[in-house]
Design a protein. Structure first.
Length: 304
């Protein structure tokens, strides 16, 4: 019978033998983190992949992330660790729906959250991440912005930049929106000395109660650089475990037991093993036209 350690050792050996770079999103499990070459958020991983020497990239995460890796590294083979790992938010709007919406906002700059499909990015002007959205949208020359698809992130951005006219659409992360204002109030009473750190994909009535609002990477960096000892974590619950490993002298509490991404949890360590063994995963294929057009809004993000 194999153990976690023997499987990890096999993966480390096989990825070297087969020239594979393993990327793990922050919401993947700790055993996958430990065998990854890079861990981080979706766009940061894409940049790491583009600079990696390996010819094959294995993305442990969800489909839109693997697509972004392929867009930035078209010459490389890109594997998605679990073919069924998608993102409900990325599927909430089609190109046709966006083109119809743009008719109502003809002079607006369309800003797309990175959590969108490659096809949808082809119809957008600029891409943003949760970490960069405020800076980028503030820098845009146009004051009129159509922000898709996360209205919660969009509302938080709009609050930071009141001088911009930001129009939102109904959409967002079903995992983060499970967190209610009521349970936020309850856990703050339960842990009165803890700092509340939340992701901007949460509902506005949750983010308004937070001591810090930021991306997953931002939340983790905040904890590591803070002199505080207790933290309530308002993002995918795997981050609680990762922070426990990273900062064993500090105390962490999940804001909600329901903040679990089932798509991220699809990938197991054995899935990763099969991928590096050449018997699992799915290779990502995108047309040259989609990659070229989707790359434009990503390049615009880089410019800002």
């Amino acid at each position: 019978m194999k153990t976690t350690k023997t499987i990890q050792d096999d993966i480390l050996r096989l990825k070297r033998e087969n020239d594979i770079c393993i990327l793990a999103h922050a919401y993947e499990s700790q055993d996958i983190w430990e065998i990854a070459d890079y861990v981080g958020d979706s766009y940061g991983l894409s940049l790491k992949a583009s600079k990696a020497d390996q010819k094959t990239i294995l993305l442990c995460g969800v489909r839109f992330m693997a697509e972004t890796v392929k867009i930035l590294s078209p010459q490389k083979s890109v594997l998605l660790s679990h073919p069924s790992a998608g993102c409900p938010m990325a599927q909430q709007m089609t190109v046709e729906q966006l083109n119809d919406l743009k008719k109502s906002y003809p002079d607006y700059t369309v800003a797309a959250y990175i959590n969108t499909t490659s096809e949808l990015k082809t119809a957008c002007d600029v891409c943003v991440t949760s970490a960069s959205a405020v800076k980028i949208i503030r820098s845009l020359e146009n004051s009129d912005i159509l922000f898709i698809p996360d209205c919660n992130l969009g509302a938080w951005v709009s609050k930071q930049i009141p001088e911009k006219n930001i129009q939102l659409v109904k959409g967002g992360c079903p995992v983060h929106t499970r967190i209610s204002a009521q349970e936020t109030e309850q856990i703050r009473r339960l842990h009165p000395n803890a700092m509340l750190l939340v992701h901007p994909e949460c509902l506005p009535e949750v983010t308004i109660q937070a001591d810090y609002v930021g991306s997953t990477t931002g939340i983790m960096d905040y904890v590591k650089n803070s002199s505080e000892n207790e933290f309530i974590i308002g993002t995918e619950n795997s981050i609680v475990q990762h922070l426990q490993f990273a900062c064993p002298d500090k105390h962490f509490y999940a804001l909600s037991k329901n903040c679990i991404c089932s798509d991220m949890k699809l990938t197991t360590l054995m899935d990763v093993y099969r991928c590096v063994h050449g018997t699992g995963g799915e290779e990502i294929h995108l047309s040259d036209d989609v990659m070229s057009k989707a790359r434009r809004c990503i390049d615009t993000m880089l410019k800002y």
